[in-house]
Ligand binder design. Structure first.
Ligand code: TYD
Length: 216
């Protein structure tokens, strides 16, 4: 009989349009989990490995067509899954990932209007596990905010990247994309009202994590 008493790995992703404020809460949750004795892997997409970070730099700054963008996003994801996410989950860690495939459906699928059937095919190629199941997050926190408010938060902070420079209408479509994803996977994806002040959004994060037995 197995005597392995490591905690089960947990995969939690953070989503929302640019300027939704998700990264702050990712860092706070990582700190809380560590203080409660969990091993935590903090990571991000696109990125998380040396190769995927190089692809991230291209994605954020180099002009390219939508198909190239999609292929680079999934190439980065494949490397990240194999080298970081799967090993961390197998070791019983909590993986906190700033964006994952919901971002691809929201940004490339809804934002750019890229064929979502093709995205689904690539998702299967990249995320299929040995048992045939798709690797998906155990929980996705969707920080929902209006594009107007997100733009206000981002304005003047730094030079906008290729996505941040998109017009408000793009972010309206991305937001609608997240809403559609959440409607299709209501247990996995939880919407947070990210228009509230930081402390109040954190209270929502905490409540969900307690409800799911993720934090004490
Ligand atoms: P983001 O996560 O917002 O990082 P930062 O807070 O450092 O700006 O930036 C990543 C960008 O990449 C974001 O604009 C969304 C985009 N993106 C996609 O378009 N598709 C994807 O699949 C992923 C993971 C990200």
């Amino acid at each position: 009989m197995s005597t392995d008493c490591r905690p089960r790995g947990l995969f939690i992703t953070f989503e929302g349009i640019d300027g939704a404020g998700k990264s702050t809460h990712l860092a706070t949750l990582a700190e809380l989990l560590r203080s409660q004795g969990r091993e935590v892997q903090v990571t991000r997409e696109p990125g998380g490995t040396a190769l995927a970070e190089k692809l991230r730099a291209c994605l954020l700054h180099d002009p390219m067509d939508a198909l190239t963008e999609v292929l680079l996003v999934f190439a980065a994801r494949r490397d990240h899954l194999l080298r970081v996410i799967e090993p961390a989950l197998a070791a019983g860690r909590v993986v906190l990932c700033d964006r994952f495939t919901d971002a691809t459906f929201a940004y490339q699928g809804h934002g750019r209007g890229f064929d979502r059937d093709v995205l689904q095919t690539l998702e299967r190629w990249v995320q299929e596990q040995a048992d045939g199941q798709l690797r998906q997050p155990d929980l996705t926190l969707w920080f929902d905010v209006s594009p107007e408010q997100a733009a206000q938060r981002l304005s003047g902070v730094r030079m906008p990247d290729r996505f941040e420079a998109e017009p408000q209408a793009f972010f309206e479509r991305v937001r609608a994309g997240y809403a559609a994803r959440a409607a299709a996977a209501p247990t996995r994806i939880v919407r947070l009202d990210a228009t509230q002040p930081v402390e109040s959004v954190w209270t929502q994060v905490l409540a969900i994590c307690r409800q799911r037995g993720i934090v004490a």
